[in-house]
Design a protein around this ligand. Structure first.
Ligand code: ASN
Length: 352
């Protein structure tokens, strides 16, 4: 436990942003519902003794308009970070109730914005609504509350399906299973063991807390309208198609998902398009389409072009972590060289 970790009797804050957890049936299928505080209290009260016993004290706050997280934008990420930053002194920790579809994106984005956070910020959600028979919602919230009350956790994490994952390393991996999240290139931070929530040693928890909080809260609204694109290569991609993406005047950065260890076609036209875009000051980065493992461009002749064209290596970052990092860097008034340096530097445990 870091030396700054002391027991804290301030209540946790649960922030409800939407998602299946709080959804109710509508004529068009499941849609975000309201009244979250009493509904959550009822679901937690109904847990079997043991599971629900001794939950940390918490208050509940709902955003004005809960959403299906498939509708989230960079602006939603910056608003959420602002809500937490404004209240962080009043609460020992935070639980964010979020739709699962883009939960990992919000978690990664919060990690960059809330750098140096000195208490837990734990995101969770559910694959089934609170009131559905056999729902995973109350169990996930219980787990998130327990981890959010542990002062040894001083970072943004995801509690889901009995496990705790580093937020900036996580991905949604299953569209139906209760065990929906994975952390392909970093081990779990913790797990439910019986009725306990256990943090594992040796997972770099102490490295996340280096001095006082140094939040970087930037307004992301300027990037909502296509400021950053995510482009996965496919066999046969043409320079013309790539050019259409990269010459879009709204585009300020792009994440390329290339092959294997960092390869792309050795096509001078394609590489020329990339070089021109980065020459114009667009922030380009690459990760692998393989879910596991880093890119090491330059191992193959086919990967040499990436570096020559000024494309930054995203190491083993998840698409969520790499994309939200581009948004975060582009939203701040930084010189281009500083943006490039920070992209290559581990800020919150997102890369080596
Ligand atoms: N569509 C939902 C959402 O992301 C999925 C969920 O929460 N399980 O808001």
């Amino acid at each position: 436990m870091p030396s700054s970790a002391v027991a804290d009797d301030r209540p946790l804050l649960v922030i409800y942003t939407g998602g299946t957890l709080g959804m109710v049936e509508s004529e068009r299928g499941l849609a975000p519902g309201g009244d979250i505080a009493p509904r959550l209290a009822r679901a937690l009260d109904a847990l079997p003794p043991g599971r629900g016993a001794l939950l940390p004290r918490h208050e509940v706050l709902a955003v004005d308009t809960p959403i299906d997280s498939s509708a989230a934008t960079p602006s939603d990420w910056s608003r959420l970070a602002g809500m937490i930053a404004a209240r962080h002194r009043d609460h020992a920790g935070f639980v964010v109730l979020h739709g699962t579809d883009t939960l990992a994106w919000s978690a990664a984005s919060l990690a960059y914005q809330l750098q140096g956070i000195d208490r837990p910020v734990v995101l969770t959600g559910a694959m089934q609504p609170l009131e559905a028979p056999g729902s995973d919602a109350a169990d996930n919230v219980t787990l998130a509350l327990r981890f959010a009350a542990n002062p040894a956790l001083q970072e943004v994490a995801i509690a889901f399906g009995g496990r705790l994952l580093r937020g900036v390393r996580a991905r949604k991996w299953h569209s139906r299973d209760a065990d929906a999240f994975t952390s392909p290139n970093y081990p779990l931070l913790g797990e439910r063991v019986g009725d306990d929530s256990v943090l594992y040693p040796g997972r770099g928890l102490e490295r996340q807390q280096r001095g006082a909080p140094r939040f970087e809260l930037a307004d992301y609204a300027g990037l909502d309208d296509g400021g950053v694109a995510r482009i996965a290569l496919w066999p046969g991609i043409s320079a013309r198609q790539l050019d259409t993406w990269l010459t879009d005047p709204a585009l300020e950065g792009a994440l390329l998902e290339v092959w294997g260890g960092g390869n792309l076609p050795d096509d001078p036209d394609l590489l020329g398009v990339l070089a021109r875009a980065s020459g114009e000051g667009k922030l380009l980065a690459a990760i692998s389409q393989c879910p596991h493992g880093p890119i090491t461009p330059g191992d193959y002749a086919a990967g040499q072009g990436l570096a020559t064209a000024g494309v930054l290596s995203g190491d083993a970052m998840t698409p969520e972590a790499a994309f939200t990092k581009l948004v975060h860097l582009l939203a701040q008034p930084l010189p281009d060289a500083e943006r490039r340096r920070r992209f290559l530097t581990p800020l919150v445990g997102e890369r080596l």
